[in-house]
Each structure stands twice: as structure tokens, then as C-alpha cells.
Design a protein. Structure first.
Length: 321
């Protein structure tokens, strides 16, 4: 198999690992499907088998959802005797491709972390997601012990060079979240009967699914004091909504930052909001600051029996008029 060097770059070892990643199979799972000892597969992927049997390779590739193709080319007769010896043999090559890649003409994606090695020089599992550990926060082994906030001199263990989660559900959730963050788009909605002072921003996925929304409105700051309105404007944040499944992905923050960018574009310097719980942290991360005072919250209760209005200020106190 001239074209498929077991340990070479882009060779058999890398191809098998890429196929396993696409099929979401561990070494043990692929070996069981192919009827090949796991030790044999491990040696092939490590480049320690110089000449693997064709049937072994074919079984592994097929079990991973791919196929092996062999191409044979016969050279033309040499023009002179000097090149006769060099062209006397037919050239037989073998290429390993996936079934999907073969039909679509796409190249098989390599394992993104194939260059990383553990302390023993071994590669990490191809079907999982591996990341470099730059500080204890990157290592799950430090989370449960809660020592990631200690100074380096007090670390009880040295973090590894890289880490990964064996739980595939966690891995798939992480991949899904990364895909959502990569593809979600935030845009401002205008027209459609919205007043000129009404602001609406939506967060959408490529298929049009609405996953988040921000609404706000403009007002004159002088109206709060009973003065006539002027050209000066400020923004009042009415609400930020994100679908339950898409929370903790930064979508709410992107909506708020998109609105503040629009404020800068149109020359509005001030925005107001009332928040509680996690929303406080969200707005603070976007530049909002807590204020010591807040406006009164007013409500009007009207009943037919009383035939009139009763205005109350909440909380109690202040003038009643």
C-alpha cells in the first residue's frame, strides 16, 4: 500500500483516527465492530505496524463507515532503454476515503488535537474533544476539589498538558453550544408597524428559529421632571428574553451589546434598566452600573363600585394625591 503509510502525515493512522471521530467510535468500539483485536488497531494508529494486512485495514475502514479503493495504473512503454528498468513495473496504489467524502468530493477532516500528547507520548482519544490546560480552571480534575483559585505554589497537583471529558453527552452539549454561538445572528427589526422610538433586536439561527429578543424604547430625560421634551434622548430597556435551551450561551449579552452599539451610532449616551437575579450580572458585564436610588413604581387601581381612581405609590410613603 504505497500511498498509505501507517504513521505518516495524512496516512493510514491519521485516516483511521479521522474516520473514528466522524463515526464517534472509540478504539474498542471500532475494533469490536471490525472483528479486529484492539491491540492491533492501537498499533496501526500509533504507526508501529509497518505493513498491516489489507483485509485488516478494509475491515476497520468499513466498520467506521468508509471504504478502501485501489487504483492500478500501467505506464506506457519507455521511449528508450535507459528508462526501461524504471518503468518496468506497474504502479499499484491504495487510497482510504470515507463513503460520504467519496460521493460528495469533500476531504476527510483531520482530528483537530492529533498533535497533542500525554505525559507518556500517547495521542488522546480521537472521538472526544481535547483542549490544552493553561491553568487549573481548564482541568476538570481541579473543579471538584475547588483548588483552582489557589496560588500556584499551593497547587496539590500539577495540571496535565491537556484534558478532555469522557462523557459523550457533555461533549455533544458542548459541541452544540459552540455551534449555536458560531451561527447565531443578532439583527435589529425595523418597520412592520414599530414606532420610530421603539427598539427591537432578535437573535436567530440560520434556519430562522428565534432564540432571543431585546426590546427597548427612547424617551426624553426631561419628562421625568415634568419639563417639556427636548432633542436629548435616552434609552429604557424593556426586557431581554432568551429561550430556556439557549441560556448560558452568551446570547443575552450579544443582544445587549448590539443595542449599546446602536446607541453609540445614533448618539444616545444613557440607558436605564431594572433588573434582578442573574439579569443584574448580565447587565453589569455589558457596562451597566448599579444605582443607589430608583424611581417609584406606580400603579392605578380602578373599580366600577368606587366610580373613581385610586393611585398608590409602591413601596409605601410619599405624598398621596
Amino acid at each position: 500500500m504505497d500511498d498509505v503509510e501507517p504513521g505518516g502525515p495524512g496516512g493510514l493512522a491519521a485516516t483511521l483516527r479521522a474516520l473514528r471521530r466522524r463515526a464517534d467510535l472509540s478504539q474498542r468500539e471500532l475494533a469490536e465492530r471490525a472483528g479486529v483485536p484492539q491491540a492491533t488497531l492501537a498499533r496501526i494508529e500509533a504507526g508501529r505496524t509497518g505493513d498491516p494486512r489489507y483485509r485488516t485495514v478494509e475491515s476497520l475502514v468499513r466498520a467506521a463507515g468508509g471504504r478502501v479503493s485501489v487504483s492500478v495504473s500501467v505506464p506506457r512503454p519507455p521511449a528508450d532503454a535507459a528508462t526501461a528498468d524504471a518503468a518496468s513495473a506497474d504502479v499499484v496504489t491504495a487510497d482510504v476515503v470515507t463513503a460520504d467524502a467519496a460521493s460528495a468530493g469533500d476531504a476527510l477532516s483531520a482530528v483537530p488535537h492529533d498533535e497533542l500528547r500525554d505525559a507518556a507520548g500517547r495521542r488522546y482519544p480521537a472521538h472526544l474533544d481535547v483542549w490544552e490546560v493553561r491553568e487549573p480552571r481548564d482541568w476538570p480534575g481541579a473543579w471538584w476539589a475547588a483548588w483552582y483559585n489557589l496560588p500556584e505554589a499551593l497547587w496539590p497537583l500539577r495540571p496535565p498538558a491537556a484534558s478532555y471529558h469522557r462523557n459523550r453527552d457533555y461533549r455533544d452539549q458542548r459541541r452544540w453550544g459552540e455551534e449555536v454561538r458560531r451561527t447565531v445572528r443578532v439583527r435589529r427589526v425595523t418597520g412592520a408597524g414599530l414606532p420610530a422610538t421603539s427598539w427591537r433586536f432578535v437573535a436567530e439561527l440560520p434556519d430562522g428559529e428565534l432564540v432571543g429578543e431585546l426590546r427597548a424604547h427612547e424617551r426624553s430625560p426631561h419628562l421625568r421632571h415634568g419639563d417639556p421634551p427636548s432633542g436629548e434622548r435616552e434609552l429604557v430597556l424593556d426586557g431581554v428574553l432568551v429561550a430556556d435551551r439557549y441560556r448560558q450561551l452568551g446570547i443575552g449579552r450579544r443582544l445587549v451589546l448590539r443595542a449599546t452599539d446602536e446607541m453609540a451610532r445614533v448618539g444616545i449616551r444613557t440607558a436605564h434598566a431594572i433588573a434582578e437575579g442573574p439579569a443584574v450580572g448580565l447587565l453589569r458585564s455589558c457596562g451597566f452600573a448599579l444605582r443607589a436610588s430608583r424611581p417609584w413604581s406606580m400603579r392605578l387601581d380602578r373599580t366600577d363600585r368606587e366610580g373613581g381612581n385610586r393611585a398608590r405609590s409602591v413601596p409605601g410613603g410619599g405624598d398621596r394625591r
